[in-house]
Ligand binder design. Structure first.
Ligand code: NI
Length: 259
């Protein structure tokens, strides 16, 4: 049984067939999904998804590209309220994005710290979005090493991964590791301690080979596990077991509810 620990099934690309698609995931062994939020609207929507579907869990938070939404206490209060929902298990995705650089970096950093403080107050783990901002993410997170932290869609070097693992953080991998031009990620997977790795799709983006360029969905997460199994020299079932255990532990999910 696979756990897709980072999906965006609330995305409008799923509006026409969300229900059938989610119903099909167990056929390929995908029985749990953590749906990550991007902004305040998706945070609200995700609460609805987690109420509607067994086996779908969620996070609430504001992505760095939407950081200007997070103006102050009113927005933090909304996130705080939404986070009390039974199946909201994390704050995310939050972090820094210097690739798009849509939002001034100081605004991104402020929103990042505000939400890390919120996660600490609520004792919730955090899902980190770090795109071309490794050094600044790390500098901020050094003040929050008491939190449970996962770098989603890990894209850094092996050296950077070693620093993060030393700090107790987790790394999560998408279909990007199946791409021919995948950079450091496969060597990070080979090196990493098995108990700190999670798998995800980040759908509707980043579909693994052979679906690259098409709409991605959680039913493709076994392809990410398959690649990890090759890199570890083990079976896909073993990767499924290990990454599911890691995901349940990381997100503190004790319910045996599945899709
Ligand atoms: Ni995402």
């Amino acid at each position: 049984m696979f756990f897709d620990t980072h999906a965006h099934l609330d995305d409008k690309q799923f509006d026409l067939d969300r229900e059938e698609l989610i119903a099909s995931f167990p056929e390929v062994g995908v029985t749990r999904v953590l749906n990550a939020a991007c902004d305040l609207a998706s945070s609200r929507e995700i609460v609805n998804l987690t109420r509607k579907y067994r086996g779908i869990f969620g996070s609430v938070g504001v992505h760095p590209n939407a950081a200007e939404e997070l103006k102050g206490d009113a927005e933090l209060d909304l996130l705080r309220t939404l986070s009390k929902e039974k199946k909201i298990c994390a704050i995310g995705e939050i972090g820094l994005d210097y690739y798009w650089d849509d939002v001034p970096r100081e605004v991104q950093k402020t929103a990042f710290r505000m939400q890390l403080d919120l996660a600490r107050e609520l004792s919730l783990p955090v899902i980190i979005h770090d795109r071309d901002a490794h050094e600044d993410c790390l500098n901020i997170l050094r003040d929050y090493t008491d939190l449970s932290v996962v770098f989603h869609c890990y894209s850094g070097s092996l050296e950077f991964a070693k620093i993060l693992i030393d700090l107790g953080f987790y790394l999560s991998f998408t279909g990007v590791i199946t791409f021919k031009n995948a950079k450091a990620a496969p060597s990070v997977v080979e090196w990493a301690p098995h108990d700190r790795i999670m798998i995800e799709t980040d759908c509707p983006y980043l579909a693994p080979i052979p679906y690259r360029g098409k709409r991605n969905h959680s039913g493709y997460v076994p392809l990410v596990a398959q690649k990890i199994a090759e890199l570890w020299g083990t079976s896909v079932e073993e990767v499924a077991r290990i990454t599911t255990e890691n995901g349940l532990r990381f997100f503190q999910i004790t319910s045996d509810e599945t899709l």
